[in-house]
Design a protein around this ligand. Structure first.
Ligand code: HEM
Length: 387
C-alpha cells in the first residue's frame, strides 16, 4: 500500500473502501493489503450463504477444534448458556449503572461496562481469585481488546501467557471434577469440547470465546450510544424517539463492527476477470452491503425508524450469514438492547468529541468520545423500552 493510501485508509477506513467501490468497474474490488472483496450485495450474499463455500471448517475457530461438528456444538453451548444468563446480566447492569460516572470516556467505558456485567458468566465467582484477577487484567491490558500497535501487543504477551496458564490449570481441575449444569462459559465450552482437545487448547478456546463475546458487544454498544446521541433530533425533548431495539439494529447496520468476512474458494473460479484458485480467500464487506443504494432507502442516513417501516430490508449481515453465521446473534442483540436501555434509563445522554469515522482495530471501532450522563428523577425513562 502506498504511503498516501495508507494515510487515507487510516484517516477513514470506511470512506476508503466506499471510494474503492465507486472506482471499481468489476464484480470484485482489489483490497490494498492484498485479497479481493465482492463489490455488490447480491453476489456477496451468495458467497456467504451458498453451501459451496462451506465445505470445511469455519476459520472463526482457527485450528482449535478438530471438526465442523465440534465448532457448531461449542458455539451452540456457549450461546445457550448466555441466553439463560440474560437475567443475571440484567441484574449486574442494574448495579453497574448506579455507579456509572456522569462523564465517561468511550469506547473504553462501554467495554468495561460490558465486561463487568459478563464477568461472572465468563468465569463464575467460585473460580480461583487469581484466574479471575488475570482475566480482569487481560481486559484492561490489551489482551482481550487488542492494542492497536504491534509493540503494545508484544507488551501484552506475557499477561496473555499467564492467563492461558491459569486457564489451563482450571481446565485440568474442571475436567477432573465434572459438574452437571454449566456455571459459566468455560463449563459450557468444556462440556461441548471433544475429549481429544488438550487442556491448553481448551483454555485458548475459552479465551477466544471470551474475546468473541466481549469485544463486539463493547464496540457495538459504543456505536449505538454515539450514533443515537449524535442523531437525536435536537429540538425534540427526551426520551429518544426510537425504541432501543431499533437504535441497536440501525447502529449495527450503519457501523457494523466486522470489517470483512472471508470464505475459502473451493475450486478454480473466475470472477470480475480475476482467476481464483482453491484455497484463496474471497471476502465481503458488511459496511458496503449495508450502504448499497437500491438495497436500502437513504443508506447513508442513520434512521432507526426504518426498522418499523414495511419493505425496508436490504442485505443485513452484522453477524454474517449462512452456515457460518454468528451463533450468538440473537443473544447479542438482547444484551445490547439491555445495556443501552439501562444506560439511558432515568438519564439524559449526550456526547462530545464524537466522530463518525471508524478506526481500524479488530474491526470498525469508534474513535474516542466523551459521554455525559445526567440523571433525571426516577421513572423518567429516556428510551422507549420494548421487551
Ligand atoms: C454484537 C456482538 C456480536 C457480533 C457483531 C458478532 C459477529 C460475528 C460475525 C460477523 C461472525 C462471523 C460470521 C460469518 O463469517 O458469516 C461471528 C461468528 C461467531 N460468533 Fe459472533 N458476534 C457477536 C456476539 C457473539 C456472542 C455474544 C457470541 C456467543 C455465543 C458469539 C458467538 C459466535 C460464534 C460461536 C461464531 C462462529 C460461528 C461458526 O463459525 O459456526 N458472537 N460473530
Amino acid at each position: 500500500m502506498r504511503i498516501g493510501e495508507t494515510r487515507r485508509f487510516r484517516r477513514d477506513p470506511l470512506g476508503y473502501i466506499e471510494g474503492l467501490r465507486r472506482g471499481s468497474t468489476t464484480e470484485v474490488i482489489r483490497l490494498p493489503g492484498g485479497g479481493y472483496c465482492v463489490r455488490d450485495a447480491e453476489p456477496a450474499q451468495t458467497l456467504l450463504r451458498s453451501p459451496e463455500y462451506h465445505t470445511g471448517k469455519s476459520t472463526f475457530f482457527q485450528e482449535l477444534l478438530p471438526t465442523r461438528q465440534s465448532q457448531v456444538e461449542v458455539g451452540h453451548a456457549v450461546r445457550n448458556f448466555l441466553r439463560a444468563g440474560v437475567p443475571q446480566y440484567r441484574a449486574a447492569l442494574g448495579h453497574a449503572v448506579t455507579e456509572f460516572p456522569d462523564v465517561s470516556r468511550w469506547p473504553t467505558a462501554g467495554n468495561m461496562l460490558v465486561h463487568r456485567c459478563l464477568a461472572d458468566l465468563l468465569l463464575h465467582p467460585g473460580t480461583p481469585a487469581k484466574t479471575r484477577r488475570l482475566a480482569n487484567q487481560a481486559v484492561r491490558g490489551g489482551v482481550v481488546f487488542r492494542a492497536p500497535h504491534v509493540w503494545q501487543r508484544a507488551r501484552a504477551e506475557p499477561l496473555r501467557a499467564r492467563l492461558v496458564n491459569a486457564l489451563t490449570e482450571q481446565v485440568r481441575h474442571r475436567r477432573e471434577h465434572r459438574i452437571d449444569e454449566p456455571r459459566d462459559v468455560l463449563d459450557a465450552v468444556l462440556r461441548a469440547c471433544p475429549p481429544e482437545v488438550t487442556d491448553r487448547t481448551a483454555a485458548e478456546l475459552h479465551l477466544m470465546m471470551f474475546r468473541a463475546i466481549v469485544v463486539p458487544l463493547g464496540t457495538s454498544l459504543a456505536w449505538s450510544v454515539l450514533l443515537a446521541c449524535l442523531h437525536h433530533p435536537s429540538p425534540s425533548p427526551w426520551p429518544w424517539p426510537w425504541p432501543a431495539d431499533q437504535v441497536v439494529r440501525e447502529a449495527l447496520r450503519h457501523r457494523p463492527m466486522p470489517w470483512l468476512l472471508g470464505r475459502t474458494i473451493p475450486h478454480p473460479l473466475e470472477l470480475g476477470g480475476v482467476a481464483f484458485q482453491p484455497g484463496d480467500l474471497l471476502s465481503v464487506s458488511p459496511y458496503l452491503m449495508h450502504h448499497e443504494e437500491g438495497q436500502w432507502s437513504a443508506p447513508d442516513v442513520f434512521r432507526p425508524e426504518r426498522w418499523s417501516e414495511p419493505g425496508e430490508r436490504g442485505s443485513y449481515v452484522p453477524f454474517g450469514a449462512g452456515p457460518f453465521a454468528c451463533a450468538g446473534a440473537a443473544v447479542a442483540q438482547t444484551l445490547l438492547v439491555e445495556s443501552l436501555t439501562a444506560l439511558a434509563r432515568d438519564a439524559v445522554l449526550s456526547v462530545t468529541g464524537g466522530d463518525l469515522r471508524a478506526v481500524m482495530a479488530e474491526g470498525n471501532v469508534p474513535r474516542p468520545f466523551t459521554l455525559h450522563r445526567t440523571l433525571m428523577p426516577r421513572g423518567t425513562s429516556t428510551t422507549r423500552e420494548r421487551r
